[in-house]
Design a protein around this ligand. Structure first.
Ligand code: SAH
Length: 337
């Protein structure tokens, strides 16, 4: 077992199971996540035998950063995992602080037509520590606190549900990385049963839905998942989610020139979302080398935005990051594989 996959409660159980006091768990957590020590021998308030025991019982292996690209306020990291697989994480500098976009799987099986990650099928789920260490390693490297985490990198987080939930617990814990739930965003293509599960957990994270089309015909063409979980069911699940959690949901909508960015699409989207506690985040498409989709022109983006405004739908346009360094989902990894 890797030490970084343990919640505080898991560690408390571990210490009890070996006849130690459970407060030792908190001490270890402080070394790992607050003092950011990577060598157990520096955990000076644990006696030598206990340090040796930890070394015997846990692995401390970390994904290794093998490539780092920097472009002003965005940085991209390529990580090498223990089994030779590679994943990426992106760091963005906002005026409110730093945010890290983490990957949740090696590759992705959702097969969205416009997305680079899906070109490379899922190889496996990421383990808990492989997600925790994307955030922790970047924080250590920068020696600056991470303000927010978005689970929007490679992979479908709700297709790796248990590990992602454990990851969220660890980074959210006040004695762990202490990233507030409201500063954690999970983005999904819309796996309905898991959204339902999430709505009963009572956590305050932000939920973002990759919507990208206002009707089933178009959405099924762009996102095969829509055939299994069509819009009507998705919308009613989200309404239930909002009622249970009292949280607003974000609708992500990539604008693809001539595909989903017409005025009629904007009106249709407004009708779909009318009366719902949701807001639309319009995403200028990050063009990739391999796919035929084009980014909508500035005029079309503005027109789409204005229609939604007139329709009284809450809408923002996502700031563009890192098109120079291929920061779009999966682009760095796909260059390497
Ligand atoms: N599987 C999850 C999370 C990963 S994708 C999901 O579907 O939400 C994160 C977001 O990036 C999604 O909204 C996805 O549709 C979007 N995305 C994928 N490729 C993109 C590109 N080339 N440019 C802009 N956004 C992209």
């Amino acid at each position: 077992m890797n030490l970084y996959q343990m919640t505080l409660e898991d560690l408390e159980k571990y210490f009890e199971s070996i006849g130690e006091k459970k407060f030792k768990a908190l001490q270890v957590y402080e070394w790992l996540y607050q003092k950011k020590k990577t060598d157990v021998d520096e955990f000076t308030n644990l006696k030598k035998e206990l340090r040796e025991k930890l070394k015997e019982d846990f692995s401390f292996k970390r994904p290794e950063i093998i490539k780092r690209e920097i472009d002003k306020d965005v940085q991209k990291f390529l990580f090498l995992l223990e089994d030779g697989e590679k994943i990426e994480a992106v760091l963005m500098e906002h005026n409110y602080g730093l945010s890290v976009c983490v990957s949740s799987q090696v590759g992705c099986n959702m097969g969205c037509a416009f997305c680079e990650s899906g070109r490379l099928k899922k190889v496996r789920n990421l383990k808990v520590h492989e997600m925790v260490l994307q955030v922790l390693t970047i924080e250590e490297l920068l020696e600056r606190e991470i303000h927010s985490v978005v689970i929007m990198g490679i992979g479908e987080p709700l297709d790796n549900y248990d590990n992602v939930m454990q990851f969220i617990k660890i980074i959210n814990h006040p004695k762990g990385l202490a990233i507030g739930a409201r500063h954690i965003t999970l983005s999904t293509c819309g796996i309905i049963p898991k959204i339902k599960e999430l709505s009963h957990l009572g956590i305050q994270i932000n939920l973002a839905i990759s919507l990208h089309a206002p009707n089933d015909e178009l959405r099924s063409k762009l996102m095969p998942i829509n055939k299994a979980y069509p819009l009507k069911e998705l919308m009613s699940t989200l309404k239930e989610y909002i009622a249970l959690t009292h949280r607003r949901v974000t609708m992500e909508y990539i604008l693809l020139q001539g595909v989903n960015d017409g005025e009629s699409h904007a009106h249709e989207l407004a009708t779909l979302l009318r009366g719902m506690n949701a807001y639309v985040n319009l995403i200028p498409y990050n063009e990739t080398n391999h796919l035929e989709f084009k980014k909508s022109s500035k005029e079309r983006i503005d027109r789409f935005f204005n229609v939604l405004k007139q329709e009284k739908i809450n809408v923002t346009i996502r700031r563009e990051f890192g098109s120079k360094i291929s920061a779009a989902c999966g682009q760095l990894r796909s260059k390497e594989v």
